[in-house]
Ligand binder design. Sequence first.
Ligand code: SF4
Ligand code: SF4
Length: 168
Amino acid sequence: MKKEKETDTIMATFKAYFRGWTSGLKSLATGMCTSMKVFRQKAVTEEYPENRHSTLHIPERYRGRLRLLTDEEGQFRCVACGICQMNCPNGTIRIEADTVETEEGRKRKQLRAYHYDLGSCIFCQLCVEACPHGAIAFSNDFENAVFERDRLKLDLTRPEDNRCHDWQ
Ligand code: SF4
Ligand code: SF4
């Protein structure tokens, strides 16, 4: 009687071991199948920054940083009306302007500085949509990391701040 009980226990242990073994083998086979499937797929990872000048693609409409646009003569289209500044929800833009007299004797504003704090911009594009002169736009230049926050405070009238690197 005792011997039969021992045999049953051994059989039960063996069955449990075998069940665990087959289940492990099954999950290993499933994992290998998935690996082989992914192995044959085209790679989607990109080797940045090595691919900066080869395969890197940034969507054209990506909002990287604001920039001032110029006309055919290279002059800023901005007439310093301040509408973008008024429409910006968090004071990211601050316009500085001078009042000048035109040849016809009329007074008009002339842009002196276009302060744009890239660090506080939320890229809502309200400024771009509000501008009645099409004078500003977002470039898809995404490489804007700096070590000091102050370096994100830009004056877009300065060429080095009004960077225009459009990624394709
Ligand atoms: S960017 Fe447009 S809205 Fe802003 S001040 Fe210049 S002209 Fe006016
Ligand atoms: S995108 Fe929005 S937050 Fe940024 S400057 Fe324009 S209005 Fe202000």
